[in-house]
Design a protein around this ligand. Structure first.
Ligand SMILES: [Zn+2]
Length: 154
C-alpha cells in the first residue's frame, strides 16, 4: 500500500475518535485550524504533552496552549501490521511514531508517520507535522519526513 494514502478520508469506515474533553479541546481545535498547540506552563515555560491541569516540572496550575513549530525528530517508531479496528484493515502496515518536538528536549508526541515506506524510515530523521481530516470534524496532526534539512544536528 502506498503510504501517501494512509489516513486519508476515502474510507467509508469511521475511525475511532479521541475523547475530546475540556482539557484537550484546544489541541483538537488547533489541529482543525492547522496549528499544533501544546500545553505550556506560564510559570516555568515548560511544554507539557498530553495536556494536564498541573505542570509536572514546577506544579503550577497556570498552563495554556502555545503554538509550536511542528518540527521534530523521530525518537522511536514501530510498524503496525495488525488492524485492531475495522478502520485500519485497509491501512496496515502503518507507522506509529514518537516524535521529539524541537521546542524542548524530551517533549514527546505520539502520532503516525506518513509519506515514507516503513523500510525507508531512518532513526532520528527530521520530521514535520501535517494535518489530515480523516472524518468530519476529526483532524489529526501527523508527521512526514521534513522536506528540507533544518537546524543542523542536535
Ligand atoms: Zn511549570
Amino acid at each position: 500500500m502506498n503510504t501517501t494514502t494512509l489516513f486519508g478520508n476515502s474510507s467509508a469506515v469511521i475511525p475511532p475518535r479521541p475523547a475530546e474533553d475540556s482539557l484537550t479541546a484546544f489541541f483538537w481545535q488547533g489541529a482543525r485550524d492547522g496549528k499544533l498547540l501544546i500545553h505550556r506552563c506560564r510559570q516555568c515555560q515548560s511544554y507539557i504533552h498530553w495536556p494536564r491541569p498541573v505542570c509536572r516540572f514546577c506544579l503550577a496550575t497556570d498552563l495554556s496552549p502555545a503554538e509550536v513549530s511542528g518540527r521534530g525528530r523521530l525518537h522511536t517508531y514501530t510498524s503496525a501490521t495488525q488492524a485492531f479496528h475495522p478502520y485500519f484493515l485497509e491501512r496496515v502496515p502503518y507507522i506509529i511514531a514518537t516524535v521529539e518536538l524541537e521546542e524542548q528536549p524530551g517533549l514527546m508526541m505520539v502520532s503516525n508517520l506518513v509519506g515514507v515506506e516503513p523500510m525507508a524510515v531512518q532513526p532520528n530523521m527530521l520530521v514535520e507535522v501535517l494535518y489530515r481530516e480523516v472524518a468530519p470534524g476529526l483532524t489529526l496532526p501527523l508527521f512526514e519526513p521534513a522536506t528540507t534539512r533544518r537546524g543542523g544536528d542536535r
